[in-house]
Design a protein around this ligand. Structure first.
Ligand SMILES: NC(=O)c1ccc[n+]([C@@H]2O[C@H](COP(=O)([O-])OP(=O)(O)OC[C@H]3O[C@@H](n4cnc5c(N)ncnc54)[C@H](OP(=O)(O)O)[C@@H]3O)[C@@H](O)[C@H]2O)c1
Length: 335
């Protein structure tokens, strides 16, 4: 059994699909308010828990051999933030995995964790990394940079607003990766001796500037490529000004500065060779990421595809659920 955290996320759902496509047993740690029902078609099982609830982690790990930790915090909430989830939550997960004698842990960290520079999104990743390395567990830590999906997010904004704010350095050199390729790397890392007990910087096959990457995505999505640039000096100037709205907005601006403002160049050919995975060209990754709109954004798909049921069982194994016995309606989000 493989426990996946973050299975409802952009990367995690691809991890679940890739593992299930080769018939591996997958258990997703999901929060009760999550839109986990998008994964129903995969046949993965669910365990309701939370990275901030160590007891739930211990129970989720019963009979688990491998863990893929792909949860993350994009924008912090008061009680769901880089410290409570990315650092403390993952550390609790690793402790529970050690107690349960898990054979190998794959942890999805982030480019920049090598040099966090007081950026909370990165210091939290680094704290979790350091704990995992020192834990005695067998591990692989992956440090991806930008995803093609990040540029698809920008394209959706351009489609609505006609232009976008492009944060960071337009000329920063990046190697954006296709989410599915990264999911394949997560799977490969479960038993690949060459990446055992290693921290691996990973990325896509091409290196290009943030601006070139954006223009490629805008062309693929056929949306206006017009940008309002938010260079690092402006982002840093804005950071203290958003303080009255809460520290999380400051942290978010600092994260954007780190993700879009730093060079993160990866040798794509070396990545492909190391994991034995042919990497998707960036243009194709853009096309998939653009087409791969979250079905939650499409009301028709939502009505047709989603089972609007709130699972009340602690653990759901496919085939055992009694749909008629469950309350109607989409589960409420918890935060
Ligand atoms: N470009 C990027 O976005 C990028 C770049 C480098 C590395 N990464 C890393 O890659 C990983 C996946 O990123 P992503 O973009 O796929 O993330 P995402 O779409 O924002 O998904 C985050 C996932 O984490 C889960 N989660 C949040 N708080 C949790 C908690 N307290 N307990 C359990 N699960 C919780 C979410 O569950 P809910 O459905 O309940 O919210 C969701 O499944 C993250 O670790 C991220 O830091 C991302």
């Amino acid at each position: 059994m493989i426990l996946v955290t973050g299975g409802t996320g952009r990367l995690g759902n691809q991890v679940v699909r890739v593992l299930r496509s080769v018939g591996l047993d997958v258990r997703c740690l999901v929060r009760k308010g999550s839109e986990y029902f998008w994964l129903n078609d995969t046949g993965a099982s669910y365990f309701f828990g939370d990275l901030r609830d160590p007891e739930s982690l211990s129970r989720a790990l019963r009979d688990v051999r491998y863990v893929i930790a792909a949860a993350g915090v994009r924008v912090e909430k008061t009680d769901n933030n880089h410290k409570s989830v990315t650092a403390d939550g993952n550390i609790a997960l690793f402790e529970a995995a050690l107690a349960r004698k898990v054979e190998h842990v794959v942890f999805v960290s982030c480019a920049g964790a090598a040099d966090p520079q007081d950026v909370p999104a990165l210091t939290a990743k680094r704290a979790a990394e350091d704990h995992l390395v020192a834990s005695g567990l067998s591990y692989t830590i992956l440090r991806p940079g930008l995803f093609a999906a990040n540029f698809a997010d920008l394209a959706r904004r351009a489609e609505t607003n006609g232009s976008i704010f492009l944060p960071g350095r337009a000329d920063a050199q990046v190697s954006p990766v296709h989410g599915r390729d990264l999911a394949l790397m997560c799977m490969a890392a479960l038993d690949l001796p060459g990446v055992r007990n290693q921290i691996v910087e990973v990325g896509g096959p091409e290196t290009l500037s943030v601006e070139q990457a954006w223009k490629t995505m805008a062309g693929v999505a056929n949306v206006p490529a017009d940008t309002w640039k938010l260079p690092p000096t402006l982002l840093r100037g804005l950071t203290p000004l958003v303080r009255p709205f809460g520290r999380r907005w400051q942290n978010h601006l600092r994260a954007l500065d780190a993700w879009f403002g730093r060079d993160h160049v990866v040798d794509g050919a070396a990545t492909a060779a190391r994991f034995g995975i042919p990497l998707t060209p960036f243009r194709d990754a853009c096309a998939t990421a653009w087409a791969d709109r979250h079905p939650g954004e499409d009301p028709t798909a939502r009505e047709e595809k989603v089972v609007h049921r709130q699972f009340v069982a602690t653990i759901y194994e496919p085939g055992t659920i009694k749909y008629d016995a469950l309350p109607e309606g989409p589960p409420p989000r918890r935060d």
